[in-house]
Write a protein that binds this ligand. Structure first.
Ligand SMILES: Nc1nc2c([nH]c(=O)n2[C@H]2C[C@H](O)[C@@H](COP(=O)(O)OP(=O)(O)OP(=O)(O)O)O2)c(=O)[nH]1
Length: 257
């Protein structure tokens, strides 16, 4: 299989770059049809000439999509100067001299142009998102289950599930905001741990950042939501999450193993 590689250094933390990579707006400009605004594990992408690719990875290490004739991988490497974004494209070649000629003159040129444009879009989006308002969420685990809460409003999202949390106020650190939100929404104190998964873009100027958190007393209650529920790893994929949380399901499942 011919393979093409390209790499670029992006001046942003890996969680920010991994999150920006999930936005399907980075690839829809190249005639790729996508099921939603964010790439999720298992999504099927339809490219030019009806080529179908399934997303096989979408996490802090990068994204991959693979089909019968084509594979795309973007790997993220943390460096002292930012995040190295390494793209690899490989495709099945049509046999014979003509096929090999077309590979060199058409296939490689096209792939390289797409990668260069996508890389420029990614760097620009990371710059935009570095100014974005942060919404924090708590991944609270107890006895192998994750605490989720069910939204009561707005109508478009009522009944869907999310993690406890909310917007970080201008004078707050994300960890402080999470402690405040857990008291307001659940009536319990928590201790905040490490970030879980990428910074998921919510819209142009907002990102969702999840932290592992531990209950340090009390029993959580739904003070502002319809309900709270403790979910097993098996229940996470079939839960009706808000779209941004759906992206984080593989990372959240890892916390429950
Ligand atoms: N708390 C929380 N918010 C989330 C999650 N996933 C997700 O997309 N969000 C979105 C919903 C909201 O638009 C925003 C959080 O805003 P918020 O908690 O400060 O206020 P809110 O629910 O009243 O939101 P809004 O109606 O004003 O947009 O982040 C999640 O897991 N937890």
């Amino acid at each position: 299989m011919p393979e093409l590689r390209a790499s670029a250094l992006v001046d942003a933390p890996v969680a920010a770059v991994a999150g920006a990579l999930l936005e399907t707006s980075l690839i829809t400009g190249f005639g790729v049809k996508v099921p939603g605004a964010l790439l999720c594990l298992g999504d099927v992408l339809t490219g030019p000439f009806g080529v179908k690719l399934t997303v096989t990875r979408a996490d802090l290490s990068g994204v991959s999509a693979a089909g019968e004739f084509l594979e795309l991988h973007t790997d993220l490497v943390v460096t002292g100067a930012g995040t190295m974004v390494v793209d690899r494209v490989s495709w099945a070649t049509v046999g014979g001299v003509v096929g090999r000629f077309a590979d060199v003159t058409v296939g490689r040129g096209m792939a390289l142009r797409v990668l260069e444009k996508r890389s420029a879009l990614l760097a620009e989006r990371c710059r935009e998102l570095s100014e974005a308002r942060v919404v924090v969420g708590a991944a609270i685990v107890r006895g192998g289950r994750l605490l989720a809460q069910q939204r009561a409003y707005p109508e478009s999202h009522a009944g869907q599930w999310e993690l406890p949390g909310g917007r970080v106020e201008p004078e707050e650190k994300p960890e402080e905001a999470l402690v405040r939100e857990c008291v307001e929404e659940l009536g319990v104190p928590v201790e905040v741990g490490a970030q879980v998964g990428p910074d998921v873009p919510l819209k142009k100027d907002m990102v969702l950042r999840i932290f592992a958190a531990e209950l340090v007393g009390g029993e959580p209650e739904a003070l502002e939501h319809n309900a709270v529920r403790w979910l097993t790893a098996d229940e996470l994929p079939s839960t009706d999450w808000l779209p941004a949380d759906r992206v984080l399901v593989p990372a959240l499942q890892q916390l429950l193993i």
